[in-house]
Write a protein that binds this ligand. Structure first.
Ligand SMILES: Cc1cc2nc3c(=O)[nH]c(=O)nc-3n(C[C@H](O)[C@H](O)[C@H](O)COP(=O)(O)OP(=O)(O)OC[C@H]3O[C@@H](n4cnc5c(N)ncnc54)[C@H](O)[C@@H]3O)c2cc1C
Length: 461
């Protein structure tokens, strides 16, 4: 007989932002929810500072961060080319700096207060699948006296375990259609808050870029097309915020960050931060199956243009909770499909469209990046939209109205044109994701998406 203490409506694997948020939302919808993590909860999820557009908290129905979770220093955001030349300044920055340690803790606290059962330091040992649907998971839970076996049953299992994708790899339908992203679609990133050792040195650094304290200097193309190294000196010259990222397999985010620290001796010791890999391919076409759903990094729900997954994961949590929260069986195929449909219609096209742009940028040399920015092919409005994770204000027609910019770098404009031209098609395609469970229609839709990316489809026919 099933032990009532281990029988839930929903079990969520991964207590980072996406997992803790969806656990909270589903408990608030009256579901019995367990939230598990392989780590202690206080070490779960992102442990660094992330930029998140505030609108995404509103869309997810999560109160916006306040200080100290929201960090000071939301000054202007400047885009620099590989040469160090400043091309665009957005003031104020459309994104808020958020201390992820505090956001994760807040979401976990909200989940506990809503009745979510926490299961920490729990290693997934087995997934029991019957009729293609997961029915139970077996965990090895670390305690003072060693590891204890615990078997949890549920109607719905949610994989929010990040790149580890603990459940996705073990549920046959998802393992087939959602393979781990290859290195070319993974970004390695590093972030650190460091002390300013020498305020004069920091001032000289800012003068070099005609920048002011609090301004984010985001230099792109530092190690190939898709790479960045950001530096923001706090207004009080106490701390400096460093962020870096690049495609896996080349210079790592950590190496870029170390290079910045090596070049700038005024940067002192690290206060906190972290480094990890981020999947940057478009979200999987299949985000769910009977009894199972993917969210967050496990679903590749990341705004690939700059590797941002926090806001998208939170909005995905809302869409999932709304789709399954009130269903008789939250793991029913129609309920989980409704989540997949809602996600792709609302955000899938946006993420896939920007993913095309990301793939384009990945093949650019640093000189190409500089030329593109110098020509004005990417302007402030487009850059602001990208940081804000929204559609650019200028569409294909707008781009075509930029003949002077295109004439300044015709070779790159000729390469960029077809990419931009595909974006409206992609947006339209994602709005047509099949509304009801229909495997043939999904495979057909998946083929259409794959064609835009010149790839094989995710979903097998
Ligand atoms: C340096 C850096 C900077 C970044 N900057 C930004 C930014 O500015 N803006 C932004 O939006 N995003 C940013 N990102 C990306 C963002 O941090 C991730 O997209 C986000 O953390 C993903 O959230 P998640 O909840 O899906 O997964 P995670 O945060 O990875 O959490 C997954 C959780 O699952 C747990 N887990 C793993 N395996 C198991 C298992 N078998 N069972 C149970 N639990 C398991 C892990 O311990 C972890 O706690 C950055 C990433 C890095 C590395």
């Amino acid at each position: 007989m099933q032990d009532a203490r281990n029988d839930f409506d929903v079990v969520v694997l991964g207590a980072g932002t996406a997992g803790a948020a969806v656990a909270w939302m589903l408990a608030r919808a009256g579901r019995r929810v367990a939230l598990t993590d392989v780590r202690s909860f206080h070490a779960a999820g992102a442990r660094w500072v992330n930029g998140v557009p505030p609108w995404m908290f509103d869309r997810a129905g999560i109160p916006r961060p306040e200080a100290p979770e929201r960090r000071p220093g939301d000054g202007p955001f400047s885009l620099l080319g590989p040469s160090g030349r400043k091309h665009v300044t957005l003031s104020p920055s459309p994104v808020w700096s958020v201390d992820m340690r505090l956001l994760v803790r807040r979401l976990q606290r909200m989940a506990r207060e809503a009745g979510v059962v926490p299961v920490e330091r729990a290693r997934l040992a087995d997934v029991e699948v019957a009729g293609g649907r997961p029915r139970a998971i077996v965990l090895g839970v670390e305690g003072r006296g060693g590891s204890v076996r615990r078997r949890l049953t549920a109607s719905l299992f949610i994989d929010a375990s990040g790149l580890a994708a603990a459940l996705r790899r073990r549920v046959p339908l998802l393992a087939r259609d959602c393979p781990p992203p290859p290195r070319m679609h993974v970004c390695t990133a590093a972030q650190a808050i460091c002390r300013v050792r020498d305020a004069e040195g920091a001032r000289r650094f800012l003068d070099r870029y005609d920048a002011r304290p609090g301004e984010v200097l985001g230099q792109v193309g530092v190690a190939g097309g898709y790479s960045t190294g950001n530096v923001a000196v706090a207004s009080d010259f106490d701390e400096v915020d460093l962020l870096s990222g690049a495609i896996a397999g080349g210079a790592s985010g950590m190496a870029i960050l170390d290079a910045i620290r090596g070049r700038e001796p005024w940067i002192g010791e690290r206060v906190f931060g972290g480094a990890s890999a981020i999947p940057i391919r478009r979200p999987y076409d299949r985000l769910s199956g009977p009894g199972v759903a993917l969210i967050g990094n496990a679903a590749c729900q990341v705004f690939g243009a700059h590797g941002s997954g926090i806001g998208v994961g939170l909005v995905a949590a809302r869409l999932l909770a709304d789709a399954v929260g009130a269903a008789d069986d939250p793991g029913d195929a129609a309920a989980t499909w409704a989540y997949q449909h809602a996600f792709h219609v609302e955000l899938g096209g946006l993420l896939a469209g920007y993913d095309l742009g990301r793939r384009f940028s990945q093949n650019l040399s640093p000189d190409d990046v500089e030329a593109l920015l110098s020509a004005g092919l990417l302007d402030a409005r487009q850059y602001a939209a990208a940081l804000d994770q929204r559609l650019p204000a200028v569409d294909l027609a707008g781009i075509l109205q930029k003949p002077r910019a295109a004439l300044r770098c015709p070779r790159l404009a000729a390469r960029l044109g077809p990419v931009v031209a595909r974006m409206p098609l992609i947006l339209r395609l994602y709005r047509r994701h099949p509304e009801r469970p229909d495997e043939r229609a999904l495979a057909w839709w998946s083929r259409g998406v794959a064609r835009q990316f010149n790839e094989l489809p995710d979903v097998a026919a």
